[in-house]
Design a protein around this ligand. Structure first.
Ligand SMILES: C[S@@+](CC[C@H](N)C(=O)[O-])C[C@H]1O[C@@H](n2cnc3c(N)ncnc32)[C@H](O)[C@@H]1O
Length: 240
């Protein structure tokens, strides 16, 4: 109850007034309450609101004409940040579930992908698919791979796979992002990607938090994702 009242008061009061109360209570000041899709915070969010990532987010988020602007900010920050950690890990990068291509396009610039001897594999049938076992489609998904490919500089090391996951990419992998909108397919794809993931590599899977039941089999394989407040799951492959 006390915590509920505290959150309610914080949301109603301007930060300057709330921080006065915090000072009187001997507690640290807080930043304005912010919501990013599934994640909300009163921590200082400046690392995702300004600077290099924020510049790329402003530039590429509008590629998707459907999603509300702030919904993806924290989620795509995680994707970009983990991708950057994998910059020097041997192997290629994979994005499974591409649609308008926002996430891979941000990753490409954020890790300075052109400077690496790697390929960015983009996997998507571009049919608006929402499930592997039905003909149902989403009008919110992009069906034109040309829309995605023309976002990259000429000669960029980007390879399109017009296929569905689960799928085996025949090369060692450093970083994988699964975001097909079909958590069953994402979860089924993970063990296959993990097999060729290099030590030190990372898999981030978008819809883990609200679909943990689809990911249960990963526990038997010892690769259960770490939960993030965005609902994303992260799997690290330990270094040998
Ligand atoms: C949520 S959108 C992806 C958004 C994308 N990550 C971005 O950054 O803009 C989901 C995409 O996954 C694709 N998709 C659906 N099922 C798939 C599957 N089994 N394998 C690969 N892609 C799939 C759909 O065609 C759709 O374009």
């Amino acid at each position: 109850m006390k915590q509920f009242l505290s959150i309610a008061a914080q949301r109603l009061l301007p930060p300057i007034a709330w921080n006065g109360i915090q000072r009187m209570r001997g507690l640290p000041s807080v930043s304005p309450w912010r919501e990013f899709g599934h994640m909300a915070t009163c921590a200082n969010a400046s690392p995702i609101l300004a600077g290099e990532f924020a510049t790329l987010y402003e530039k590429y988020q509008p590629l998707d004409p459907h999603v509300r602007k702030e919904t993806w900010r924290y989620r795509l920050y995680n994707v970009a940040a983990f991708a950057r950690i994998c910059r020097d890990v041997p192997g290629d990068f994979v994005c499974a579930g591409v649609s308008w291509g926002v996430a891979p396009r941000i990753v490409f610039d954020y890790v300075d992908f052109s400077a690496l001897a790697k390929t960015l594999h983009l996997i998507d049938p571009f049919e608006g698919t929402v499930a592997n076992d039905s003909d149902a489609v989403s009008a919110a998904y992009n069906r034109d791979p040309g829309y995605v490919l023309c976002q990259y500089p000429a000669g960029a090391p980007v390879k399109l796979h017009r296929e569905r996951v689960p799928l085996r990419v025949d090369s060692p992998l450093a970083f994988v992002f699964t975001d097909t909108g079909n958590p069953e397919a994402d979860a089924a794809a993970i063990p296959i990607f993990y097999e060729t993931l290099s030590p030190g590599g990372v898999i981030i899977t978008e819809q883990y938090g609200n679909n943990i039941h689809h990911y249960k089999h990963l526990g038997d394989l010892g690769i259960m994702p770490i939960w993030l407040p965005s609902g994303q799951g992260v799997i690290f492959k330990p270094s040998a």
